[in-house]
Design a protein around this ligand. Structure first.
Ligand code: PAF
Length: 289
């Protein structure tokens, strides 16, 4: 496995691959890797085959964190990530620094952002207003550096995947976006680097997100004519309220393609929620099949 920290070196290598017709699979991450990330690496490998290359980037992107959020304490362990990537058969680990990604020469500061203006408005975008601007900007930059044929994102960040897909379509990136299923702990908790923040009190309560998704799924399954979203939101509030450390940030029921909120929820709709457990904010989502 080769490790690259410089933007210029990454782009040079990507251009060589392109000239030689090598297929490139890409998994952008913020590190502190877990099985969910590794499943994305395997999905990328399946897409490009043994003749292709798989690139993983590890970069905790400051522009997608608001000033009050967890940028400074976001978990980092490059030595462990390196080991996991090598074991998973990653070809190139791209680990740029802030100075490489957002150079600040006096008088020529970074000042260009990519903004998706429809799908990014609600849910995470409403709770974290500057978040998606940071995500689309860094993902566009990474795409320009790695020049992938296919990029793999996790379904746990459902809205992020939809926003990236839209950006790729609107800005004509010649890249296939693959969304791989969420990997869960045995109690249903979606794997996330932020689960690391949970302690002996909050960790057992974190399965409340999965319990709320399951409760809604069952209710929707039993009501073929549909159920008012407000009634389901009250069910979710009650479910989350049973975990003493949990506080519901939002729950949303929406069309899986347009992300438009639904008044009446039927099978095939999508649900997403964000819950604070103590100081840790977790998200999850599921299709209501
Ligand atoms: O999902 C993530 O880890 C990040 O949002 C991403 C896509 C790597 C951009 O920083």
């Amino acid at each position: 496995m080769r490790e690259i920290a410089s933007v210029a070196a990454m782009q040079r290598l990507a251009r060589q691959w392109r000239r030689r017709g090598v297929r490139v699979g890409f998994v952008p991450t913020m590190g502190y890797l877990h099985e969910g990330h590794l499943s994305l690496v395997h999905a990328a490998r399946r897409r490009v085959g043994t003749g292709g290359v798989v690139v993983v980037s590890i970069y905790v992107n400051p522009t997608q964190f608001a000033p009050h959020e967890d940028l400074a304490r976001y978990p980092r362990d490059l030595a462990r990530d390196r080991r996991l990537c090598r074991q998973a058969g990653v070809d190139v680990l791209f680990v740029p620094t802030d100075a490489e990604m957002y150079p600040r020469p006096p008088g020529a500061e970074f000042s260009t952002y990519v903004v998706e203006e429809v799908l990014s408005r609600g849910m995470e975008g409403a709770s974290r207003p500057t978040h998606f601007r940071g995500v689309t900007t860094v993902v566009a930059k990474l795409f320009n550096l790695v020049l992938p044929d296919v990029a793999v994102f996790g379904a746990k960040d459902y809205q992020q995947a939809a926003v990236v897909r839209r950006m790729v379509r609107d800005l004509n990136f010649p890249i296939e976006i693959v969304v791989a299923p969420t990997v869960r702990e045995p109690d249903g908790l979606a794997m996330s680097s932020r689960n690391q923040y949970l302690d002996a009190v909050t960790r057992p309560q974190a399965s409340v997100l999965w319990q709320a998704l399951e409760a809604v799924r069952q209710r929707v399954r039993a009501a073929p004519g549909g159920i008012p979203a407000g009634r389901l939101a009250r069910l979710v509030s009650a479910c989350v309220g049973r975990a003493p450390a949990a506080r519901l940030d939002y729950v949303a029921f929406f069309d899986p393609e347009t992300l438009q909120p639904l008044r009446t929820v039927r099978r095939g709709a999508h649900m997403a929620l964000a819950v604070f457990l103590g100081g840790t904010r977790l998200i999850d989502n599921a299709r209501l099949e």
